[in-house]
Design a binder for this molecule. Sequence first.
Ligand SMILES: [Zn+2]
Ligand SMILES: [Zn+2]
Length: 257
Amino acid sequence: MASLAAIAFVLIAALETWRQPATDRQSAQRWVTNLALFGLEQIFTLAWVGVLAGFATWVAGPSPLSPWTDTWPGWIAFVLAIVVLDATTYLTHVLSHRIEPLWRLHAVHHADRVLDVTTTVRHHPLEVVPTATVLSICAWVFGLTAAHVAFYAALSFIVQAIAHADLRLPRPAMRLAGLVFVTPELHALHHSRHRDETNSNYGQLLSVWDQMFGTLVDEPRSEPISVGLEAYSSARFGGLLGALMQPFRRPDVTSAD
Ligand SMILES: [Zn+2]
Ligand SMILES: [Zn+2]
């Protein structure tokens, strides 16, 4: 499943480049920055998951729900994994927009001024600390295995890669897909500079959580959607170092509509 996610990423990147070759230096710098952040995030993820695994074997016993979940057929466990891990990711994402220190880290993802497949992997490496911790607790409570988490991670990565892609997919098909899944139309609104749009469409894989909790916006204020964050738009937040230091620097402005 992980290799399928990697193939999807490369394929989307190739299609984007074929549709609109990016030749200017700014585009190249964005790609390098976003991919370098991805590399660093992988190193931090391995290290932090190692810490969590050590902590789990030392402190936590078997899952409180394992007497029930252990007896379920394998496919039910995979469906359960998708539902509970995606609901947890939705909730963590909402909190990342509401709690200032979490927002400082998550804003690195939102500070990208253009959306393409590389935005998918643009995350501050430290963001893995809250997200992996919450997901690990969720996996432990529901008795999910590493295989379940890896399956969900790969599936949601593919949907997110499509959601960030600059491919102009057919609107009617995307409208239909958006009833269940996060689509490019829905996620582009999440990257809007308008705060009411930024604070909407938190879904990672499924759009049903946004529908259920009233955070879904499916019509933009205006088109084309202006992507990025006013607060982090100056040159000092550009490049790899600018992105890494962004959570620890004062924003340019503190309020936007
Ligand atoms: Zn967000
Ligand atoms: Zn995004």
